[in-house]
Design a protein. Structure first.
Lengths: 286, 306
């Protein structure tokens, strides 16, 4: 299992900007207070936050993955789909307003273990946003506009390839990935851009080679990634989602079946919010 | 200085605020947000004789001003609890109340007997009211004769005072409280969740894998206040009140209705610091009303004629 970081907080953040990216996919940039700098330094890609609607009838935090974290600007970018009244309320929060955020939740990806490898990131639909922070941390810390130079490939040694799967054009976040990965490939289910099919169709069509796979997306995609990794004999780390209540491991609402007895629960169930959301694909029953 | 200390079945609590079982794990997760030393007691997640896997997912879903859960009492079993969770809780200056669950009378007795030698455990809360497990649990809590019988068997086996946790899914809560008292319960706590259901109309299917779940949160608070009032009038043993408590004012409602202590449940998920906020809120209320001791408001409206 991945290393667990204790960098939890509940704090108010300021809405900087919200924009519609495509269809019902929104991007919201939040500015976090100075005091959270230490927690944010500890943050790792694959972790997530819980965003609280203001409406008093909607009490549970909405789990949303970190799409991008820029410590120099104290900003946290969230890209999410409006699936109901809670997320619609979040998308409608005006710039300058305050929003309560519970973070940093979950284990995140162990990027240290991927250094110097050919890492292929597979994002399907709403699984695309968390792959951006992962790409950025593997590709080099420099963020667009931060003035830092992107390290050369030789210094970096890690080769980052992003394969992004969409239902159809228009695409979202593609340009952001192009600034944070060595190569970006696109797959669309309807063939409107890139490979017609899913992310693994693109991997096969383009002959993309990997030492490590990291994936987030719908369950059928994650099952296919697990099987592909097993076939190739390479590790795959997948990020899961589930209905959640507390987000911190207390309620046991969001579990996934595991191959072996989980050391915390002592049954074959792991908490997605705490032991996950990132799991080795071979360790979970999905 | 306002007096916040209360006593339940001979056990002194520094204040009347505890956690509601199943919403606080065994304290570890929320220990990152809350100073556990400030709490009157930590009531643990249900503990059974052997590890329980719980129900399939989805196990939780939000509902207006509340949520439905059907966790199914997943827990690592009493041995792991005693080896790992209890030593953690024992480090804090708070009372530990262990919630005990089982499918059969024998299951409950095994846990109660295993905990008898654990001096760090101040009280036991007996869960005869979980709506989400297929055998046992709620069945013991919905028939007064059954409830009385299991209470007296557990009472004989237990080394610590026992709190019978009552389900609201009954016609007459006063009758159930009396049955627990007759069986020898040292206290009763209520309410557990109210059985509910949510249907996803777009996919035309149940939202929870268990189909039904237990409703908790502020949505159930008025029902809980009414039931606490009815139970407190029916018995002489202390009543611990819970159901959607979010603030000190909410807690005061339960105290006025007759609860000697209160528990914070679902609202921990909304605000991890709710327990501490509730303690501060009760203190502020007492100061505002010039009341010296929290015990003075327990049951203050109980026999009032409007």
């Amino acid at each position: 299992m991945q290393v667990q970081r204790q960098n939890r907080f509940k704090a108010a953040m300021e809405v900087v900007r919200t924009e519609l990216l495509a269809g019902d996919i929104w991007s919201t940039i939040l500015r976090y207070p100075e005091e959270l700098a230490p927690e944010m330094r500890e943050a790792r890609p694959g972790q997530f936050v819980g965003v609280y609607p203001k409406d008093g009838s909607r009490l549970l935090p909405r789990p949303i993955s970190i799409c991008r974290l820029v410590p120099e600007e104290r900003t946290l970018r969230l890209v999410y789909r409006t699936v109901g009244a809670g997320t619609e309320e979040i998308a409608a929060m005006p710039a300058g307003s305050a929003v309560e955020v519970l973070g940093m939740l979950g284990n995140g990806y162990d990027t240290e273990s991927m250094a110097g490898r050919r890492v292929v990131l597979l994002g399907g639909g709403l699984g695309i946003p968390p792959m951006l922070e992962l790409a950025a941390s593997l590709y080099g810390k420099a963020a667009p506009g931060s003035g830092q130079e992107v390290p050369s490939a030789a210094e970096r040694k890690t080769a980052v390839t992003a394969v992004l799967g969409y239902r159809s054009a228009p695409l979202f976040l593609k340009e952001d990935f192009e600034a944070s990965a060595d190569a970006v490939y696109i797959a669309t289910e309807d063939g409107s851009e890139g490979t017609a099919g899913n992310v693994l169709d693109a991997v096969r069509e383009r002959g993309i080679r990997a030492d490590v796979l990291c994936a987030c997306g719908p369950l059928p995609m994650l099952r296919a990634v697990r099987d592909y990794a097993a076939e190739q004999g390479i590790p795959a780390y997948i990020s899961l989602e589930e209905h959640m209540a507390c987000g911190v491991g207390a309620c046991l609402g969001c579990v996934v079946k595991t191959k072996h007895e989980d050391p915390h629960s002592h049954v074959k169930n792991a908490r997605i919010c705490t032991e996950g959301p990132v799991f080795p694909a071979s360790e979970v029953e999905i | 200085m306002t007096g916040m200390e209360v006593e339940i079945a001979g056990v002194r609590l520094k204040n009347p605020v505890m956690t509601a079982s199943g919403t606080f794990g065994a304290g570890q997760e929320y220990g990152e947000f809350v100073d556990l030393n400030r709490l009157g007691a930590v009531v643990t997640k249900g503990v059974s004789n052997v590890p329980w896997e719980g129900n399939p997912v989805p196990r939780v879903t939000e509902t207006p001003s509340g949520m439905l859960n059907a966790i199914g009492l997943q827990n690592p079993g009493v041995e792991v609890f005693c080896e790992r969770d209890l030593p953690f809780l024992a480090r804090y200056d708070t009372r530990v109340i262990v919630n005990v669950c089982g499918h059969s009378e024998q299951d409950y007795l095994e846990v109660v007997e295993r905990l008898a030698g654990e001096s760090a455990v101040s009280m036991l809360e007996i869960n005869v009211s979980c709506p989400n497990v297929s055998r046992g649990a709620i069945a013991f809590g919905q028939d007064p004769d059954c409830l009385c019988a299991i209470t007296s068997k557990i009472r004989r086996a237990a080394a610590q005072p026992i709190i019978m946790k009552l389900t609201p899914n009954v016609t007459d809560i006063a009758e159930m409280a009396r049955a627990a008292e007759a069986g020898g319960a040292d206290a009763v706590s209520l309410i557990n969740t109210i059985t509910g259901m949510k249907i996803d109309i777009e996919r035309q299917r149940f939202v929870l894998a268990n189909r039904t779940g237990g409703l908790s949160g502020p949505a159930i608070r008025p029902v809980a206040v009414r039931m606490v009032w009815q139970a407190a009038r029916a018995v002489k043993i202390p009543v611990i009140g819970m159901g959607g408590i979010a603030t000190g004012e909410d807690a005061v409602e339960f105290l006025l209705a007759g609860a000697s202590a209160v528990a914070v449940g679902m609202m921990n998920f909304h605000e991890p610091r709710t327990t501490e906020n509730v303690i501060g809120g009760i203190e502020a209320y007492l100061r505002r009303h010039g009341i010296e001791n929290v015990k003075d408001i327990v049951g203050a409206v109980q026999d009032q004629v409007f």
